[in-house]
Design a protein around this ligand. Sequence first.
Ligand SMILES: [Zn+2]
Length: 117
Amino acid sequence: MLRQLAEAMRSELATLIPDSTAREPVDNLLVRALDQPAGTATEALHDALSSHPATRDWMRRTTGVTKETDAAISPLGAALAPNPLYICPEGDYSVVRETVASDVLLCPNDGSILERA
Ligand SMILES: [Zn+2]
């Protein structure tokens, strides 16, 4: 995956970094990273891919496509709903959960069952 990204980036590098003085070190990093055997290349590839503001921007754009797709296919409610808030009916305790709790939440002060706000 990183190797394919690095190869794709190299083919666009002249456009990404028009200034050849700035481009050369990035290109060198990419070539050296691509030269390494698959098992050890990951860190070098990652360094090369994020070695310049333009390449980091490219990475965001290129890998961002995947994230947008993920968000688009996740259930609408899960993506939009804020973290649920649970409140003690006695009003002395409240807690925010990452997800809707499937278990019963109890107030640590008086043991009341917390109600979802
Ligand atoms: Zn309470």
